[in-house]
Design a protein around this ligand. Structure first.
Ligand code: PGA
Length: 253
């Protein structure tokens, strides 16, 4: 039976108070829901430990929004994957369009991060997607390029035990989610593309969608056969809204 991967990406939001209120609303119900689905909270780095303390007894996993390309040394202000692992992080988002755009993250940097995360046995959530609302063939071309640059460096098994988040950039934070049928088509394309390289890896590769997901549109997305989960930004900041999304996914699990 399918388990959905539901990731709350809080981005640059949260406070000590918000986290304790949020997690107490989630705690009472999450232990029931998370048995069916995999739930991840990715707070800002500074709050990772606080969140970890509170989710420790319930089946929610910790995610980080970013990591450095170095493991240790003179790199002021950075956080290494060793440190993330040390404090209980399991998933790490990499290549988010906001990092590509506002922090000039190139494919080379993203490949290094993706590789480090995998080597330390954490799970990378690689974000890919087109900038403009294109036709299918253009979107496929862009996705192919983004996948190829990882395949080229890390080989055909690159996507074993990883997550790919298809996030059309025009759908992020705009309230304009992509058409679920379009997303299904692209997810199937991604699945087939990876499968051609490595039939085994596809069994352990989760393909999730992100971009203006909320409790109203969740149902349409998770009914698509090739959507294995959701990466949720602004709607995940409201515990009640996030719980509703979990509840809907739970229904389809
Ligand atoms: P959004 O963000 O749900 O606010 O569109 C999704 C994301 O950027 O991961």
């Amino acid at each position: 039976m399918k388990k959905f991967l539901l990731v709350a990406n809080w981005k640059l939001n949260g406070s000590k108070k918000m986290i304790s209120d949020y997690l107490s609303s989630l705690k009472s119900l999450a232990s029931v829901y998370s048995k069916k689905n995999i739930i991840v909270i990715a707070p800002p780095t500074i709050y990772l430990s606080q969140v970890y303390k509170d989710i420790n007894n319930i089946d929610i996993f910790l995610g980080a929004q970013n990591v450095d390309i170095n493991l240790k040394g003179a790199f002021t202000g950075e956080t290494s994957v060793l440190m993330l692992k040390d404090i209980g992080v399991k998933y790490v988002i990499v290549g988010h369009s906001e990092r590509r755009l506002f922090h000039n993250e190139t494919n080379n940097i993203i490949i290094k991060k993706f590789n480090l995360i995998k080597n330390l046995n954490l799970i990378p959530i690689l974000c890919i997607g087109e900038i403009q609302n294109n036709n299918y063939s253009q979107t496929k071309k862009i996705i192919e390029e983004q996948l190829n640059c990882i395949f080229k460096v890390l080989g055909k098994e690159a996507f074993r035990n990883t997550v790919i988040a298809y996030e059309p950039i025009w759908a992020i934070g705009t309230g304009l989610s992509a058409d679920p049928k379009h997303v299904q088509y692209i997810h199937k394309f991604i699945r087939n593309y990876i499968q051609e390289y490595d039939p085994i890896s596809i069994k352990s590769t989760i393909i999730q969608y992100g971009g203006s997901i909320n409790s109203v549109n969740t149902e349409e997305f998770i009914q698509q056969p090739d959507i294995d989960g959701l990466l949720i930004g602004s709607a995940s900041l409201d515990a009640k809204e996030f719980l509703k999304i979990i509840e809907i996914a739970n229904y389809y699990t």
